[in-house]
Design a protein around this ligand. Sequence first.
Ligand SMILES: NC(=O)c1ccc[n+]([C@@H]2O[C@H](COP(=O)([O-])OP(=O)(O)OC[C@H]3O[C@@H](n4cnc5c(N)ncnc54)[C@H](OP(=O)(O)O)[C@@H]3O)[C@@H](O)[C@H]2O)c1
Length: 297
Amino acid sequence: MNRTTDTPQSPLILGGHSFISQLGNDPPASAEEQRAIVESCLDGGIRGFDTTYQPERVALGKALDALGRRGEATILAWNFFTDFVPGDPVGEAEYYRPGDIDIILEQLRTSYVDCLVVVSLDDPDENRRQVELAIEWRRKGYARSLGLWVPDLAVVEHYRNDNPFRFAIRPFNVTTDDAAAVFAACKACGWETLATSPFFRGWELEKIIAAAAANGYDEAETLRPTLADLMLRFSLFQSNVDRVIVAMRKVEWIARNLESVARGPLTARERRRLRRLRRLATKKPRWWQLLRLLGTT
Ligand SMILES: NC(=O)c1ccc[n+]([C@@H]2O[C@H](COP(=O)([O-])OP(=O)(O)OC[C@H]3O[C@@H](n4cnc5c(N)ncnc54)[C@H](OP(=O)(O)O)[C@@H]3O)[C@@H](O)[C@H]2O)c1
């Protein structure tokens, strides 16, 4: 029985920051743990793997190579070329240059990427040149599709007509008030939409847990699975979101997050609860709010 093809494809994509210590909660996963995380993802139907930064490409390439399962994975890669170790700054995006695709493919130990993501920068001529380069790489089969990082509506407007992109990528979580409008505009352009950062590096998750626990709502350890479930479903089941990129440095998060997917969209009652929990983290609750919060849950 081919484990992977029988498991339906999950709308979750493993975040690249799973392979680095920066931009997350827990200590970095060891090479063995990283391999176990990739293997558990594939076995669980999570076949999408994002690699934003260079060390993430190297780590995923190594894990898939060791498992011999590159063929089962769909890989995203971006125009970040800074090498860094734990504690170092992660660096900024750079315009794609001829030859960069060879670096990306070598680091990922593969002959193609499934989606090459373009982060547009300030210089319009340079942006035009890097998009032409990406199109050329797609024509040669080095990239099976192209994706666009969409920080705001201006980028959507710029690429609305005549663009080579299949995917639009940007954050959607409880802190991104502008996301719904941007995702609706991306959908109107016919792009498949990938939402990143449902827990905002995990930091927003921890912030709300701390605020709720500090207000005597519940123990942090009890709150974490509940809140993580509400926040992941909040992002995933937005009307114009197709898939979610979530970082996981622990194998246990994979089963947890797949269970959340299976629970489906938030109920009105869950949505109200998430809003109230988040409010605790954004401002100190008045006494009657705390009473009501304790009363309604
Ligand atoms: N600005 C952006 O948002 C951006 C830009 C480019 C690319 N991306 C892509 O999007 C990915 C996701 O965004 P992100 O890295 O900002 O963070 P995220 O996915 O919102 O949060 C990841 C954090 O949540 C924790 N976590 C995951 N599942 C959990 C669960 N069930 N219960 C409790 N904690 C859980 C993880 O803990 P551990 O530390 O234990 O793993 C990790 O620290 C990135 O890795 C990257 O591939 C994002």
